[in-house]
Design a protein around this ligand. Structure first.
Ligand code: 3HC
Ligand code: NAI
Length: 700
């Protein structure tokens, strides 16, 4: 392997290139190379200035995350940055791709920064549960002011080159990376510009020094979004230190806060989530080079809740999409919802009218299924009934072009049976979107027994294009996500009969970090949906197992949730706040009486375990059966599909954090107390006995 940092001279300018694929992370060899190169440039009599740039597709994307948690290897990043800033000759950073985290911090230690127009810069550490730990929280506010720095550091979102120029982060936009960087360095020398040391300039901090109040206001403004997270608040503290303290003391404080974050379970969980998301896209028998069908046009069958949202995904990505319905009225209704959704985004100022018109122009409604003829992918989102789905797929088989992907958005039905209605089961795959489909990031791809590799690769490529995080699931009832949810909802309802209230269960789950508890979620989604499914499957229900009739009884009373003003809670007109309802309490008490259950006071700890441990136990089965390829895929599913708090890393990572022995002991105790549904998963028992975690499990 070639050296990760190279040094060469172009005229009197030393060009220092970091070449550490894939993203030029600041691993120990890069730090060493940078330090040596800067020292060499400083002492090379033929050199008047230096330019640091990235080889390959990007500048430096940050510290090497894989080194976190390992013993630090010298030189540290601080030492490198000190050498750069202290250089007696101007050092210019020339940025392309992304300068992120430690990468941007390297540039802030340079005396000048230039960027190509497509470059982006940012401090995304907060997304890993960290804060910029190499001076970013001290230097950035000194360039752009405390308020703008807070926004960038606490959101972690990068800014584009033009914005970076406007903020003063970069000094000039250059057309050509290397030539532009070298020319700029020569100009600095020719014009005898000063060595601009960011650490030494305090002017931009003046407004925040005279008025520290914005920090409290900022804290309040992020309260909802940052609920439960530690790092955003540590970021604020660090920027506050920049305002309050001289540079070196601020740097010391930043280091302390960085360490606190790094040692917290939250950053471990968030770093796990970062890698888990990337790992999920690696399917052992579907290598990256697998052939894909280019998706130029698409079709969606059904313009209901999901069909409309799925069509928006295509339009948002610039892919023309035909939406097929059975009746004009349903089509009009569906497309009107799409229009209303776009209009709401325009109203919020997040989309221009022209973009809305362009996107709507890409969606064509029709009642003719023959119109899917040209589509490269067809996604079916009709009623959740096997007979209807099979009929649709048989017709699709007759009209769709050879090579087209035929996808179903079913949430519970057997993908293989749906595929059997066609002569090309290899082209059939499940694409399970989450509601609202235009908003939720997760896409579960469901692999049938005969789904071809090309079909998986094509669906995966589509997921990437429409900005989804995807996970591959095997074909079973509920796939990964909804299959696990079953036990969660069951226990939540049992807890009510045993003495808890909907508001108590919801509070415990909310406090744990999910966006809402099971009952508030049920009211939002509509209780009639599950009711219909339960009625359809009533003949399959085992009479010897406990069953809570409470949800059905609420539905019998017309309580379908928010849409009818009452469900597990009641709702004032025009208000989505759940209000506890004594009527619901009566139904619960009645059900408990009928089943001979003596209601008791139930602790929060029991509620948490009873609701969440079924996720872990079922997750273990899903893993052992191969429905999920890895435990981390289950974590990705729950973080992106169900709002499981990212700072806990997903249910399986959380279980590892608790220790599988302790989880398993509780599952065994619940099994003794509550019977069969709590039968411990064999894999959970095995790993717990061996003192291992899900992270150690690799499928044989
Ligand atoms: N360290 C180690 N590996 C990294 C990495 C990093 N900072 N950033 C990315 N990678 C790895 C990925 O895991 C992936 O590996 P794989 O191919 O084996 O799965 C590979 O690089 C390519 O990454 P992506 O698939 O994400 O490539 P993209 O082109 O889609 O995105 C990116 C590139 C925008 C740079 C994105 O990878 C990213 O956001 N990386 C993280 C950036 C970050 O958080 N930086 C801050 C790090 S913390 C820090 O700097 C602390 C400092 O303040 C002291
Ligand atoms: P919906 O009832 O809102 O919409 C279904 C639409 O399909 C209706 O507009 C109906 O007129 C149309 N339709 C029925 N038969 C058709 C046919 N033969 N040709 C063309 N159109 C036809 O249902 P929803 O909620 O959109 O669900 C659709 C699918 O998505 C189901 O399989 C469901 O299980 C699944 N799903 C639903 C989620 C949800 O939260 N609603 C989440 C994930 C998946």
């Amino acid at each position: 392997m070639s050296a990760p940092v190279s040094y060469e001279r172009q005229g009197s300018v030393a060009v220092i290139t970091v070449d550490n694929p894939p993203v030029n992370a600041l691993s120990v060899d890069v730090r060493k190379g940078l330090l040596e190169s800067v020292i060499r440039g400083a002492s090379d009599a033929a050199v008047t200035a230096m330019v640091i740039l990235g080889g390959g597709r990007t500048f430096i994307a940050g510290a090497d995350i894989r080194e976190f948690g390992k013993p630090p290897a010298p030189p540290g990043l601080h030492e490198v940055l000190d050498a750069i800033e202290a250089s007696p000759k101007p050092v210019v950073a020339a940025i392309h791709g992304t300068a992120l985290g430690g990468g941007l911090e390297v540039t802030l230690a340079c005396h000048y920064r230039v960027a190509v127009p497509s470059a982006q810069v940012g401090l995304p550490e907060v997304k890993l549960g960290l804060l910029p730990g190499a001076g970013g929280t001290q230097r950035l506010p000194r360039i752009i002011g405390a308020e703008a720095a807070l926004k960038m550091i606490v959101s972690g979102d990068p800014v584009r080159a033009d914005r970076a120029l406007a903020l003063g982060i970069v000094d000039e936009i250059v057309a050509d990376l290397r030539a532009g960087g070298v020319a700029f360095a020569e100009k600095v020398v020719a014009e005898r510009r000063p060595l601009k040391k960011v650490s030494a300039s305090d002017e931009k901090l003046a407004p925040a020094r005279s008025n520290p109040a914005p920090f409290d206001e900022f804290r309040r403004s992020i309260a909802h979004q940052a609920r439960g997270f530690l790092a955003p608040y540590k970021c604020i503290e660090a920027v506050q230190a920049a305002v309050r303290l001289p540079f070196t003391e601020g740097l010391t404080r930043e280091r302390e806060l960085f360490r606190e974050c790094l040692e917290s379970p939250q950053s471990r969980a968030q770093i796990h989530a970062f890698f888990a998301e990337r790992e999920a896209t690696k399917i052992p028998d579907v290598p990256r080079e697998t052939a894909v069908t280019a998706i130029k046009t698409a079709a969606v069958i059904g313009a209901g809740t999901m069909g409309g949202g799925i069509a928006m995904n295509f339009a948002n990505a610039g892919i023309p999409v035909t939406v097929v319905e059975t009746a004009q009225e349903a089509l009009d209704r569906g497309l009107a919802v799409v229009r209303k959704n776009y209009a709401a985004t325009v109203e919020k100022g997040r989309l221009s009218q022209a973009d809305m018109d362009r996107r709507l122009g890409l969606i064509t409604g029709t009642l003719d299924l023959g119109a899917v003829r040209e589509a490269d992918i067809v996604i079916e989102a009709v009623f959740e009934e096997m007979a209807v789905k099979k009929e649709v797929f048989a017709r699709l088989d007759a009209v769709a072009r050879p090579g087209a992907v035929l996808a179903t958005n079913t949430s519970t039905l057997d993908v293989d049976e749906i595929a059997s209605a066609t002569t090309r089961p290899g082209a059939v795959i499940g694409t399970h979107f989450f509601s609202p489909a235009n908003v939720m990031r997760l896409l579960e791809l469901v692999r049938g027994a005969k789904t071809a590799r090309e079909t998986i690769a094509t669906a995966a490529e589509l997921a990437r294009r429409i900005g989804k995080v995807w996970v591959l699931a095997g074909n079973c009832d509920g796939f990964i996500g909804n299959r696990m949810l079953h036990g969660y909802l069951r226990e939540a309802e049992f807890l009510l009969e045993e003495g808890a209230t909907p508001q108590q269960v919801d509070r415990v789950i909310y406090d744990f970090g999910l966006p809402m508890g099971p009952f508030a979620m049920g009211d939002l989604a509509g209780l009639d949906v599950g009711w219909r499914i339960r009625k359809g499957k009533a003949h399959l229900r085992r009479k010897d197992l406990r069953h809570s009739p409470v949800a059905d009884r609420l539905c019998e009373q017309g309580r379908f949730g928010q849409k009818t003003g009452a469900g597990w809670y009641r709702y004032e007109k025009g208000n989505r706040t759940p209000v506890p309802d004594p009527e619901v309490e009566k139904v619960i008490e009645q059900s408990a009486r009928e089943q001979g259950i003596t209601r008791r006071s139930i602790g929060d700890d029991e509620i948490l375990k009873r609701c969440l441990y079924p996720l872990i136990n079922e997750g273990a089965r899903i893993l052992e059966e191969g429905i999920a390829l890895r435990a981390s895929d289950i974590d990705v599913t729950y973080i992106y599909g169900y709002g499981f708090p990212r700072y806990r890393g997903g249910p399986m990572f959380w279980a590892d954090t608790l220790g599988l022995k302790s989880v398993c002991d509780d599952v065994v105790a619940f099994h003794t107390a509550h019977g069969e549904p709590w039968t411990p998963a064999p894999l959970l028992v095995r790993l717990a006995t061996e003192g291992k975690g899900f992270r150690d499990y690799a499928r044989p």
